[in-house]
Design a protein around this ligand. Sequence first.
Ligand code: DGJ
Length: 704
Amino acid sequence: MSYLPPAVRLDRSAQSMIFDLRRGAAELVWLGEPLPADQDLLVFCNSARQARRPSQPDEPAPFSILPQTGRGYSTTPAVGLMRRGTLLPLHLRLVEVAQSPASLRFIHRDEANGIGIDVSWRVLNSGVIEAGVRLTNFGSEPVDVLGLASLALPLPSWASHATRYSGRWAAEMQQTRVRLADGGIASASYGGRPGFGGGNWIRIESADMGEDHGHAIAAHLAWSGDHWLSVECNADGRAMLMMGGRLDPGEIKVSPGQSWESPRALFAVSSQGAMASRHAFHRHANTETLPDSSRRTPRKVHLNSWEALGFAMDLPKLTALADAAAAIGVERFVVDDGWFKGRRDDRTSLGDWMADPDVFPAGLKPLTDHVRALGLDFGLWVEPEMVSPTSDLYRRCPDWCIHISGQDRPTQRNQLVLDLTKVEVSDYVYKCLDTLLSENEISYLKWDHNRELFPLAEKGHAQVLALYGLLDRVRAAHPDVEIETCASGGGRVDYEILRRCARYWASDNNDAIERLRINSGWFDFMPLGATGNHVGPNPNPITGRCLPMDFRAKVAMFGHMGVEADPASMSASDRALLAAHITLYKEWRDVIHRGSLTRIAENLPSAFGYLALSGARGLALVAQTKFADHYSSPPVKMRGLDPAASYRISLLLPGTPRSDGRVAQTELWHSGTVKTGLELLRAGILLPDSGPETAWLISLERVA
Ligand code: DGJ
């Protein structure tokens, strides 16, 4: 239904939004808890309207979901367009609203410039709101898009803080809380992928926001290329969040009569703290995003060869590794980098996607047969978007890489990026993958991407679309093959690639202490079942830190568990401990992956705590990284339980051997103890006195 009333509201998923439309723009005046059905919209809009301030235009510019500078809006506009090298003086007026029960489409027109912009917001069943923008050129000459925000969100008055998620290789998603008034926020990526900078994720917060109280808006740009993000604060105290795909000038040209759609932005609004926005994103991933097959089937335990063998692989070593993996309960064996023609280190061979005849004289079949005879799935590492200058492919087709004619070709990790926007290049890559998957029993691809796309040569956006096309083609031909997205760890993680990938590689850093920090950032948006989480070697090859197996295994259970070390090189007791945790993971993975994830134990110094709750069962992890300041730790309070119900709680074995003898409540160890939900919520439980690098698993089962 299309119309232009003075105001419009949308109520869905326990939230309401109200827009004042009377000034030719959609001004968001309410976004949050549900409002009464009989709320008088105009009374509401009138009381939300701000008076004119000194030093403002006589008619202050609307603070809308499509902010434009032409009428005196004094911060970054949502849209910038050029025609024939001249910036268009846009004046886009709201002319129509199309409404359905779950969505609003705000239709704007600038008749003089022949431009139309539709801003669409759709509330999904998960509660996540999907925002997108469609630009149409009604003029007679093409327009160049300089910038177009996928989301321009006028922030509610409670928005005073933000959590940012910045990082680097092996230290992704580090959380920093900032005050918005201290200069706002701006970030962008330039490497042709979201990268490690984390600017495609943000959580806007009220000053008092905690895990289960206060206001939050968690927002994300669902796009696997470059992005920009800003939060700008006006002199009057209002703030605007904007995010979009970052474009180079000239990269997107829209011809007369044509339209162009921005990447989608996603956001979740909460008045119950970080918890509710996290739950909405996890629901969105688990029910509306991840490929069907990966949602239905249990997440199998991996063994990945990378930190076990590196490039030093051959058939006997791999079969021995697979035997050792099967013996501890692993369910999928993934051969990482190093298996293809001539690839003995990271300087050669990308693009030559056939098994190395020196290492695998009879191809991959003897290995896949062996692995499958052990009852394991077989997975393979590929990096299809890349080419090594030292490769048969490069020698044959030197100009298939992204480059600028006449300029040198700078490498990263000794490699270049294939130009997937060329049909013949995409076809070649598809054929290589199709042949591999058709000729071998491969049920899993780890799809890596280890360099940035410089020089972009104005191809950043088109390259991402070509990647989606390639992934879609591979998936259509091999629907049962699961794909993992990896980019030197978490360099390309977003909800658009997640529509095509069963999981993401969260970080190359398998040090359990670092992983607790890294994963706590990812878990604000990403579900545990899609988060690759491995037990690595000891000492850890990146940090050099040694940690007990018990601690490493428990941390790895809270994610999609895997092993990235050779079990045969472990002590017998470590191997047994790891196998016991794998068994436990299998017993609890439905809860860990399907349950709602809540943080607990924030009151324990240097501890990370989570509770996954699903129906009548729950599993909590409390992992303490440092030596405690006091002899007794404060109690750990649970969240999300029914206060009137009774729960049996147990400390799950295998326990922490180093804490034997320090357990005060011995009955908790084995048979468990029954407590009411109210007691667990209010008084909590006292964990045994723990040393550093100690982790506990606490099971909860509703008994009445
Ligand atoms: C980077 C990935 O993140 C690692 O896990 C591993 O697959 C290497 N690439 C292999 O080159």
